[in-house]
Design a protein. Sequence first.
Length: 299
Amino acid sequence: MFKLDKKEMMIQTLGKFVDMTSKELPDDVMEKLIELRRYEEKPLAKAIYDVMFDNMEKAKKLSRPTCQDTGVIQYFVRTGAKFPYLGQLREILKQATINATKSAPLRLNAVEPFDEVNTGTNLGTDIPYIVWDVVDDSSNVEIEIYQAGGGCSLPGRSIVLPPLAGYEGAIEFVFDTIVNWGINACPPLIVGIGIGTCANSSASLSKKAMLRPMGNSHPHPKAAAMEKKIEDGLNAIGLGPQGVSGAKSVMAVHIEGMAHHPSVLGVGVTVGCWANRHGIIQFDEHLNYKITSHKGAKL
Ligand code: SF4
């Protein structure tokens, strides 16, 4: 009985957190948008930023989602092996999704494959999407929630290049992807790039890269240099906010890498939009929680 009460407690907390992340952008995204807004001089670009900030203020004040597309709900679970509710966590995440769908409310975005029928609950086969990572032996868990909108998911690409294509080929693939599709994702964009060994490892890494907190370069100097080079190049295209043209195209470019087969170089690209709704919450074994993505947030 005790465990059931605790389970319900975690469902309630997580449901409120998902609700909140649909209405308040995390600190790093807010700071970057404020910074990019200052760069803009073109009247239309400035006007778009004004609308974005007005939208964010109203979303918070009126308790409504920042964007009508609240996305497919995705959870990235980084858990200790001894977190006492690990076995119940999948169910907890599903129930929290149902709660937030009703309370926020979130748009109904889960469409079953083949039958192409919207489930009407934001639950479906493998939705919410959950990525599990056992990171240590502790009894704590960290859960990152991300709301993957349709427009920002659209540019996502993955390719496996032959060895001679090299990093030049990878960069060309990134530029082709953003030039052809980036405008669909409501710039300024966060571009996540994964250098992997096959299509799915590169795609997964690119999502991890996209979700990395902004303001940190990759620790490897060559990767950091590549992030800077691509960021400068994409900014030179001048997409501007919502693609109306302006000084900046991107909020950030992040790269993550893994060892790869010598005969191939996998490249994945995942794009986040200006309304990059994600948040991080940590629980200890007693279900005390701490929100690390939104300073001063209360549920
Ligand atoms: S790309 Fe982002 S801001 Fe644009 S409609 Fe989709 S979720 Fe909303």
